[in-house]
Design a protein around this ligand. Structure first.
Ligand code: GLA
Length: 483
């Protein structure tokens, strides 16, 4: 008999390590669901010219509570590369005094007092990414992690700039955060993992990782972010989420010298494009961190960020993230939700208003009919057979949920055997108990039976007469009504 020696341990490890890594996503208590929150960087200036101020961060956090976002699950307030720290003679990071005259800690305390969580930014290399102004954490991983823990930071975004940025740096910074004993989310913002299969080591050390370069305020950037996660939806799972960068919904900030007390948007896209951005972030289970000024909610921001269905689909952590497929020849994103319904996004990527369609069979919907529910209006639209479509404006999107259609009023199916004559319940699998295995459908109703015997039998019933549908051998049968 073989003993369980080193050879078998090796075999076991080889097999084990080839299992999907998402089941091993690193769990430090955060990230059961995709993160919902706000990040500075494009909010009070154009992307890349942002600044951040004590009072601005406070009023943004307050707005998240007052405008209803918190009630829907938004809870992260993350300061990006704008707090411009320097180091004192001990190497301790000192926030830029004109922006944070009392330091970072009182701001963290204020954010916490609202029941929200606070995040801060650094870089794995020697410098942050903003014009080389600020020191990164290289050479100070433990010192900075300890400082963040003392300030009671909950989330650390680690960028990829300056010298000495390496995969080992990522691993060491994760280790340093763990050493503090304070659970903190680690966001990897670009790095070696991006080029590795299935995000490489990211899910073993971080709870969130950027899928790509920056998402700025343009539709082509949204599509680039999507391209970066194409085919990789399986690799986002509880405790580890691929992130398409901040959402630009409503439009980036204005001017190069922003006024932190005057929330403004200078949108570079149409509201149709922001709706598409919103739908795609929602269905693909990307963290939805808003990069624009939520102190001034525009119409489309309300439509997206305060829509409980859009948020619930994004947060459905028991279901796999949506995947890209083709439906009636169009690009579609589909997410099988944990209640058995399907969320479907089909954008019109063309330049003109056009019809977009969902072909039920193409996306794996198991029934002939579906009750189509519109996510934008949060209302049922109607029951459709085989497919459903609508006219959609250029760069706008269809966002629907397919649900099982209820039976048409008055339509019943009955097992016809003498022994077990009874009404069969709609939507259930019916058992037929005699040799003939027949059922009948009430007159005037159209249905299709599928008997799963040796030979499957389809039997359609139409017209005014009751129709008998035989199964070839003892089997169970299902019916789908046509409307
Ligand atoms: C990089 C990141 C951005 C932002 C800036 C800050 O470009 O990708 O998200 O953090 O740096 O300098």
């Amino acid at each position: 008999m073989l003993s369980f020696g080193p050879f078998w341990i090796l075999v076991f490890l080889v097999i084990f390590l080839h299992q999907p890594v998402q089941v091993m996503a690193y769990n430090n208590g955060y990230g059961l669901k995709p993160f919902l929150g706000w990040q500075s960087w494009c909010a009070v200036g154009k992307c890349g010219t942002d600044a951040c101020y004590d009072r601005q961060i406070r009023s943004t956090a307050k707005a998240m509570v007052d405008n209803g976002m918190k009630a829907l699950g938004f809870e992260w307030v993350v300061i990006d590369d704008c707090w411009h720290p320097s180091r004192d003679s001990n190497g301790t990071l000192i926030p830029y005094a004109p922006y944070f005259p009392n330091g970072i800690k009182p701001v963290v305390d204020y954010v916490h007092s609202l029941g929200l969580k606070f995040g801060l930014y650094t870089s794995v290399g020697t410098l942050t990414c903003h014009g080389g102004w600020s020191p990164g954490s290289f050479g100070h991983y433990q010192q900075d992690a300890d400082l963040f823990a003392r300030w009671e930071v909950d989330y650390v975004k680690v960028d990829w700039c300056g010298a000495n940025k390496t995969m080992n740096g990522h691993i060491n910074i994760s280790h340093a955060l763990n050493q503090t004993g304070r659970p903190m989310v680690l966001e990897l913002c670009r790095g070696t993992y991006e080029k590795l299969d299935n995000w490489g080591y990211a899910s073993t050390i971080a709870q969130v990782w950027r899928a790509n370069g920056d998402h700025h305020d343009s539709f082509s950037h949204t599509l680039e972010q999507l391209a970066a996660i194409k085919g990789k939806s399986n690799w986002s799972a509880p405790y580890g989420w691929a992130y398409m960068d901040m959402m630009m919904i409503g439009g980036e900030g204005c001017k190069d010298n922003p006024n932190p007390d005057k929330p403004q948007h200078c949108p570079q896209q149409t509201d149709h494009e922001y709706r598409t951005e919103c739908a795609l972030y929602s269905i693909s289970a990307s963290p939805m961190m808003i990069g624009t000024d939520i102190r001034n909610m525009t119409k489309v921001m309300n439509e997206c960020l305060l829509n409980p269905e859009i948020i619930a689909i994004n947060q459905d952590y028991l279901a796999k993230p949506g995947f890209q497929t083709k439906s009636c020849g169009d690009d579609a994103w589909v997410r099988k939700l944990s209640d058995g319904t399907f969320a479907v996004v089909v954008p019109n990527l063309g330049d003109k208003t056009d019809a977009v369609n969902i072909c039920f069979a193409d996306i794996g919907w198991p029934n002939i009919t579906a009750l189509v529910h519109d996510v934008w209006s949060q209302a049922d639209i109607g029951i459709s057979t085989n497919q459903w479509g609508a006219k959609i404006k250029s760069h706008d999107t269809l966002y629907v949920i397919l649900k099982s259609a209820p039976p048409p009023v008055g339509c019943t199916v009955t097992c016809t055997t003498q022994i077990s004559k009874r009404e069969c319940l709609y939507g259930k699998t019916y058992g037929c108990f005699n040799e003939t295995q027949s059922m009948w459908v009430a007159g005037g109703c159209r249905g299709t039976f599928t008997c799963d015997g040796v030979q499957n039998v389809n039997c359609s019933s139409s017209g005014e007469k009751n129709t008998t549908c035989p199964c070839s051998k003892p089997a169970s049968a299902t019916i789908q009504w046509e409307q």
